[in-house]
Design a protein. Structure first.
Length: 491
């Protein structure tokens, strides 16, 4: 039997498994030494040798063989289908008895790791991280919202504290227009029918808890007419035209006079007035001022109008609409905590006519400066004894006080206002209230351009603080000096 007939029967009849098929005769495996460099293994079914890298070739055909050198990748020859065999990965042992598959190769492991999904621990970690991020974002938002709200409150507070003195300043600038002094019928302000009242009046520490009260009086230049006569009982006044007035209007009967200042300067005009209420207009030239229906402004004799009535024959007497304003912080104990700023259109002469203008006001301080010709006492120690500031009780009252000369004339008014937030804030509040006082020298407290209200420490026990200063608030204050130009004098 020749070498080429090895493995076949002599009669060329095929194998027992494939009779009559000599091309299907089994091939005896080559024997290789056992060890880690063994090239293959025996197939469990056909007994043929299969190599790990060839799983698709025909069992009876040619098989790829391993390269005899260590470390070189096995390369498969083209199989029966014209395809290349798979390559052994570098991280796989050369003598690994298992076929190449997803469970063995590193690529398969990576695909399995990608396909396994998200574990519960990873999900919990993601939730925790997301919660932390949401919490941080929400915290930043809350802080920014609080800061924005605080700045908005401060801006509104600053606007309020500026608008209040501006409102008062508009009234003070026209104070005394055609009214140098006036008389009223009622006993308001402690006066009588023969008491001359000034056009600017200050009630220092009006209600005993700090704030002042300011009153301003003047005639309206847009509603004025000449007076031609008055009845003997002084219950009706004849004018050129009464169309500027309506029933219930408060008017002033004004008589001008010239006064020699005594210092060589030209005479100045001063105006004596009395205040009345319009009770009727029977025709186009008559204004009734009856004492029966015009109380408390009118009386049965209207004797407080003696000076203007005596000047009617001169042709210089006028009848004008009378304006009276008063400003204060409501002293009512139940409202003191909210700090209500009020205005009275009759300067408080008629009870119950106070109008609320704002809240959050804690202090109103007024100081006045007077021209004092010939005075040698420099009470405010500013180097000018003929012009002195008064911030205490010396500026109030119907008649000049002891420290103020009788010939003094008002030239300036200083108005200071303190305002706080009307609701408590979350951040840091003010540690003290604004001060309206010159405390450099105790003797200057009643003689300075600011006021006589000291600062209050807000860090102490809240129960020891006045009710209007309790709680965490922000305070703002402003001071304004207004020239009074209608008094016939100036600086």
């Amino acid at each position: 039997m020749g070498r080429c007939d090895r493995g076949r029967r002599a009669d060329h009849g095929g194998s027992a498994r494939h009779p009559g098929r000599p091309d299907r005769a089994p091939v005896r495996p080559r024997r290789h030494p056992a060890g880690r460099r063994a090239a293959g293994y025996r197939h469990r079914r056909s007994g043929t040798v299969r190599r790990p890298l060839d799983r698709r070739g025909d069992p009876g055909g040619h098989r790829p063989r391993a390269h005899p050198r260590r470390g070189q990748l096995d390369r498969a020859r083209r199989g029966a289908g014209g395809r290349r065999g798979t390559l052994r990965p570098p991280n796989r042992a050369r003598d690994d008895p298992h076929e190449t598959g997803a469970a063995v190769t590193s690529h398969g492991n990576r695909r399995a790791a990608r396909e396994r999904g998200v574990t519960l621990i990873e999900l919990m970690i993601a939730l925790v991280v997301a919660s932390l991020l949401v919490g941080m974002i929400f915290s930043i938002y809350v802080r920014m919202a609080a800061a924005y709200r605080a700045e908005t409150i401060k801006a509104e507070l600053q606007q309020t504290v500026q608008s209040c003195p501006a409102t008062i300043a508009d009234e003070v600038r026209v104070a005394g227009f055609q009214i140098t002094r006036f008389r009223i019928a009622s006993g308001s302000f402690g006066s009588t029918e023969t008491t001359d009242l000034p056009p600017v009046m200050v009630d220092n520490d009006a209600d005993g808890w700090g704030p002042d009260l300011l009153r301003v009086f003047y005639a309206d230049p847009t509603a004025i007419t000449a007076v031609t006569g008055i009845t003997s009982d002084r219950q009706a006044i004849t004018v050129e035209d009464n169309s500027a007035f309506i029933v219930s209007d408060i008017v002033a009967l004004i008589a001008p006079t010239l006064v020699d200042p005594g210092d060589g300067s030209p005479p100045r005009a001063e105006y004596d007035a009395c205040v009345l209420a319009v009770t009727g207009k029977p025709d186009a030239t008559t204004v009734e001022v009856s004492g029966t229906t015009g109380a408390p402004w009118n009386t049965s004799t209207n004797s407080h109008c003696d000076v203007p009535v005596a000047a009617i024959g001169t042709g210089q007497v006028q009848l004008a609409l009378f304006h009276a304003r008063a400003y204060r912080i409501d002293p009512e104990p139940s409202r003191r905590a909210i700090g209500v700023f009020q205005m009275s259109p009759t300067a408080g002469i008629e009870a119950g006519d106070w109008v609320d203008l704002g809240i959050g006001f804690t202090d109103l301080q007024v100081a006045t400066r007077y021209a004092e010709p010939g005075d040698t006492a420099d009470v405010d120690q500013d180097g000018d004894p003929e012009h002195d500031w008064y911030s205490g009780d010396d500026q109030e009252g119907v008649a000049p006080a002891t420290a103020r000369p009788a010939n003094s004339q008002l030239v300036q008014v200083s108005v200071g206002v303190a305002v706080r937030t009307h609701t408590e804030i979350q951040g840091v509040g003010s540690s003290a209230t604004p001060a309206f006082i010159d405390d450099s020298d105790p003797s200057l407290i009643p003689f300075n351009p600011f006021g006589d209200s000291p600062s209050i420490d807000l860090t102490q026990d809240p129960s020891a603080l006045p009710v209007q200063h309790r709680g965490r608030h922000i305070y703002r204050s402003t001071q304004m000096v207004i020239d009074v130009r209608n008094m016939g004098v100036g600086l």
